[in-house]
Design a protein around this ligand. Structure first.
Ligand SMILES: [Zn+2]
Length: 318
């Protein structure tokens, strides 16, 4: 049997793919946007998606999430963790829909985390999230949505993780630039808040644009803090070319190095058929193949665990 086929069979035998990071409430919405908007920069798209949120109803969210789950099942996924938008534009339409879908589906496990596209510092937004926090399985976070030199954002979401006894997933270091040091900050804050083992970094791509001594410091710190990782290999593979002089690397989380440091790594699809990734179909086998090629990961068991068991670990369902 060919390697890739064998890998797929082993993943299925081990319970199927765990897609540890997605945004299913916005899946299949690319046609809401003219083609030229699909080329805009990530942070501009954070605002453009308000258009979907405004126009959608709870029912349309439900239909969309159901359809995305149907597609995930066809591709061998048995559990998905989806961030779900919550802010003053969408209010609770998306999370209320996701909760109903979660109850209705017996054929796939759906977990949710709050997607904080408008930050968590604004008191009005904060109030909406707190009021609905028990509806989410995991506290989700996007620190760069807050202009926040004192990293107050992380203190707030870590406070919630403690208060409500939930795991925390944080988008960090996703722009592949040495200007970012968010994974380091996340590890430091995790230890300050005593949340060792409860925090997962989503992306961590920019780590690879720093020199080796810094990368090793970050890995050691993550190890001490028990910070685990979710890589979404195709998420930033399209990043705009830049002129920084950095250690040569590709735009994927440096998973080969994370594994050398015994860090737990799971895998996610991130955005599916939306303004961020118009052609991403959520195929986890594609994501896994991209990961194994870009990080030269050839050990079958390692790959199988990234696709299955490690996903359950970072979701807290193992
Ligand atoms: Zn994401």
């Amino acid at each position: 049997m060919k390697r890739l086929e064998k890998l797929y069979k082993n993943i299925m035998r081990n319970g199927g793919f765990v897609n540890a990071h997605a945004h299913l409430d916005r899946a299949n919405t690319v046609d809401y946007f003219p083609d030229w908007e699909q080329y805009k920069f990530l942070k501009e798209k954070w605002k453009l998606v308000d258009r979907i949120k405004r126009g959608a109803t709870k029912e349309s969210y439900k239909t969309r999430i159901h359809e995305a789950l149907d597609d995930q099942i066809k591709m061998g996924v048995t559990a998905v963790m989806s961030f779900i938008d919550i802010d003053d534009v969408v209010d609770t339409k998306a999370i209320d829909a996701a909760r109903e879908v979660k109850q209705e589906r017996k054929d796939i496990k759906l977990l949710t985390a709050c997607q904080t596209l408008k930050g968590v510092i604004n008191p009005g937004i904060q109030a909406i999230i707190i009021e609905n926090i028990e509806k989410f399985d995991i506290i989700g976070s996007l620190p760069s949505a807050d202009r926040d030199p004192n990293s107050h954002h992380l203190d707030i979401v870590m406070g919630w993780a403690k208060e409500y006894g939930k795991r925390l997933h944080v988008h960090v270091d996703q722009l592949n630039t040495p200007e970012e040091r968010e994974t380091e900050l996340l590890a430091r804050k995790t230890m300050q808040h005593g949340l060792e083992g409860q925090v997962t970094a989503v992306h961590g791509i920019s780590i690879a644009s720093h020199k080796k001594s810094y990368r090793e410091e970050v890995y050691k710190m993550c190890n001490d803090a028990g910070v685990s990782f979710i890589t979404c290999p195709s998420a930033w593979i399209d990043h705009p070319r830049r002129e920084d002089l950095v250690p040569s690397h590709n735009a994927v989380t440096p998973v080969d190095e994370l594994l050398e440091w015994d860090l737990t790594v799971a895998i996610g699809s991130d955005n599916i058929h939306d303004i961020y990734k118009p052609y991403c179909n959520g195929d986890m086998m594609f994501e896994l193949r991209l990961l194994l090629e870009s990080c030269k990961l050839y050990i079958p068991d390692t790959l199988m665990h990234i696709a299955t068991t490690n996903g359950k670990k970072v979701l807290g369902i193992l």
